[in-house]
Design a protein around this ligand. Structure first.
Ligand SMILES: [Ca+2]
Ligand SMILES: [Ca+2]
Ligand SMILES: [Zn+2]
Ligand SMILES: [Zn+2]
Ligand SMILES: [Zn+2]
Length: 216
């Protein structure tokens, strides 16, 4: 009987010890489950905002972090900003921009050339017209000399548009054919002989054909 009591006592104490161990393990396990996302102690989150500014490729947002448990969430997205463009970049055919922050190519288009008087002619000196892109300012390399202006007109500029070309030849032909066309009367006497006739037409044709002749 005494022996039996001893055995029982041993069994009881072993099972008690076992239960206690299980309990201890369980508590440890519960504590071990905590990995920093949430703290077992209840608290009012104290979210501190950190604003991340948008770029031209990524939206902006605000990161809210709890100063106590470090729980975070993201909210308050803001739209992307415009690309940042500097100077035009050009080649012989086209112009474009490159965003200085994300390097995307923007606004690519062929040059849009116009004739621009870069140096007006005077009574003493010839002027210069150049073909320049009206968008980016690129010069095609094409240029025209503007003849010295004499007495307020450009020699040979029959239609008075500042250019010397076949349109003037046509206009002079029309004028001589009694068409009702506008002419710069001071430019009509192309060869400077005091009268306006077919000789002036011939002289202008020769001049425009790069013959070595004078016009007035
Ligand atoms: Ca003209
Ligand atoms: Ca003449
Ligand atoms: Zn918190
Ligand atoms: Zn960009
Ligand atoms: Zn251009």
């Amino acid at each position: 009987m005494k022996y039996f009591s001893k055995v029982l006592a041993l069994i009881l104490s072993v099972s008690l010890l076992f239960s206690f161990s299980v309990l201890t393990v369980t508590v440890n396990a519960e504590q071990g489950d905590y990995t920093g996302g949430t703290e077992p102690i209840d608290h009012e989150h104290n979210y501190v905002p950190q604003v991340i500014n948008p770029t031209c490729t990524e939206k902006g947002y605000t990161v809210y972090t709890c100063s106590i448990c470090h729980d975070t969430y993201i909210a308050d997205y803001t739209d992307t900003i415009d690309h940042t463009t500097g100077e035009w970049i050009t080649d012989s055919e086209k112009h474009w921009h490159v965003c200085t922050s994300c390097t995307v190519t923007l606004d690519e288009a062929p040059h849009s050339y116009e004739w621009v008087v870069t140096k007006p002619a005077t009574a003493e000196e010839t002027g210069l017209k150049e073909e320049i892109c009206s968008v980016c300012g690129h010069k095609s390399g094409q240029s025209q000399v503007i003849p010295v202006s004499a007495g307020g007109h450009i020699p040979g500029d029959i239609n008075g548009d500042g250019n010397l070309n076949n349109k003037d030849l046509t206009r002079l032909f029309q004028y001589l054919s009694d068409w009702d066309v506008e002419v710069n009367s001071e430019a009509l006497d192309v060869n400077g002989d005091g009268s306006v006739n077919n000789k002036d037409l011939t002289r202008l044709f020769q001049y425009l054909s790069d013959w070595d002749v004078e016009i007035h």
